[in-house]
Structure formats: structure tokens, C-alpha cells
Ligand binder design. Structure first.
Ligand SMILES: [Zn+2]
Length: 255
């Protein structure tokens, strides 16, 4: 029993074989997935997947990389989708200082607006954070994100940052990087995260785990992530799968 809390099954990388990819995930023991729609193109395709498959849920939000493209009506659009029964979170939202596509001030504004929306609608948020640990923590605090909490997706920060996020009620989600030999920090952080705050994900088609690194990632590989996490936590794969699935169901309020 595995829950891939962050995947992009609507990505063009799956256009040739999406159905097979979904079936392989089911065969690998993945019982639920949250697909992430994060801009004008991927929000509709995410909604379509969530409406087609009962085991696929949707998160919708505006990605920091595309912050500059967000228009006046987009926040209302996201708000209106949040009443859909398959939409379980607002995201991915956050800050990305790696790809220099949207100015920081605009990223901050778009993030703050969406945290405000999440508080208004009482929805958890899915946070994307690339090279912006300090500013993320600062904005989450200032905008009182602890009122709704959510998920630090593909967490890559230090244990100090992790503690700040846990203190604000967030869950930490880990993916492919915990299988990389040279990835000391995510493994150390994972080792210390309380079991009731731990989630697993693929972020497929990105962040492919070892030994498939360099190739396309897919949701079935969340099993590889689960195996790595189980080893670090000293649990069996079954235990790790059960606990993280229960955490995800609770966090996304899936009955
Ligand atoms: Zn993502």
C-alpha cells in the first residue's frame, strides 16, 4: 500500500504510454496518487486525470517559475476548483531561486496570495522550494501558513529548516534524492522526521531514483523511494507504506 503524494502524470513525457504508466503504478502497489497542476496548461489536464481515475486526486496552484504569467482571474480560478471533490490541496506553490524566470518580488506576492487563499478555504498547501529555504520559512511564518499546514514537497533543506516547517505543522515529503549515494542531507533529515509527518512521492517524470537516475521517472518507482525510506527508518516496506499512506489520507482529508 503506497501513496505517491506528488506526481505529474499529465506531463508530455507520458503522452505515448500514460495508461501503461498508471497500470504499472497500480501493479507496484500504489493505491493513490496526487497529480499536481501548477499553471494554465497543467491545471486542466490535472483535473481531467482526477475526473477519469478514482484513485488519482488533484492539487492545483500556481508555480513560482510561472509566477510572472499569473493573471488577475487565475486566483479565482484556483479558488473555484478547490470546491471540486477531487481537489485535495493548493499547490504546488512556493519559491524557486534556481530557474531565474520570475522576479523574486513577484514570486513572493503570488505565494502570499495563495497562502491567503488556502487559509480562506481551509486547504493544505504543497510547497515547492528550490534554493529559497530562508525566504520560504519567513513567508510561511508571516502569512500564518500554520493555520492550514501542508507538505514540503521533495524536501531538500537542512534539519534546522525541517524543524521550522514541522513546528508550523507541515509534513515533509521525500522522493528520489534519498536513493542517491551522495545525498547525505535528505537522508539525515529523513532519519529524524517524526513518523507521523513523513510522506513519500516521485515528482515523476522528474527526480528519478537510483538505479534509474537519468531516465524518466514514474509513479511505480515510489516503491523504490519507500524501500529506501524504510531502510533509513528501520521499518519493513509494508510498515513504511502503511504509515505514509495513512499520513497522506489524513493530510489530504481523503475518507
Ligand atoms: Zn512537482
Amino acid at each position: 500500500m503506497l501513496f505517491d503524494t506528488h506526481t505529474h502524470l499529465d506531463a508530455i513525457q507520458f503522452d505515448e504510454d500514460r495508461e501503461e504508466v498508471i497500470n504499472r503504478a497500480l501493479e507496484a502497489g500504489v493505491t493513490r496518487m496526487v497529480n499536481i497542476g501548477f499553471n494554465r496548461e497543467t491545471i486542466p489536464t490535472t483535473m481531467k486525470l482526477a475526473e477519469t481515475y478514482d484513485f488519482i486526486y488533484a492539487a492545483v496552484g500556481w508555480h513560482p517559475v510561472d509566477a510572472i504569467a499569473m493573471k488577475d482571474g487565475d486566483l479565482d480560478w484556483i479558488a473555484s476548483l478547490c470546491s471540486h471533490e477531487k481537489v485535495v490541496a493548493i499547490g504546488e506553490i512556493g519559491l524557486d531561486y534556481h530557474w531565474d524566470t520570475s522576479p523574486k518580488e513577484i514570486q513572493h506576492k503570488v505565494l502570499r496570495q495563495q497562502i491567503g487563499l488556502a487559509r480562506e478555504l481551509n486547504m493544505p498547501i504543497v510547497i515547492h522550494n528550490r534554493d529559497a529555504h530562508q525566504d520560504i520559512v519567513k513567508i510561511l511564518k508571516e502569512e500564518k501558513a500554520s493555520e492550514v499546514g501542508g507538505i514540503m514537497h521533495s524536501f531538500s533543506g537542512s534539519w534546522e529548516t525541517a524543524k521550522e516547517c514541522l513546528h508550523m505543522g507541515f509534513h515533509l515529503s521525500f522522493g528520489g534524492p534519498i536513493t542517491f549515494k551522495n545525498a547525505k542531507q535528505p537522508k539525515e533529515v529523513l532519519a529524524q522526521v517524526p513518523m507521523d509527518r513523513l510522506l513519500i512521492e516521485t515528482d515523476s517524470p522528474y527526480l528519478t531514483p537510483h538505479p534509474f537516475r537519468g531516465k524518466r521517472n514514474e509513479s511505480a518507482y515510489v516503491r523504490i523511494v519507500a524501500e529506501a525510506a524504510a531502510e533509513i527508518k528501520g521499518l519493513s516496506l509494508e510498515e513504511l507504506g502503511q504509515i505514509t499512506t495513512r499520513n497522506a489520507l489524513e493530510r489530504f482529508s481523503i475518507l
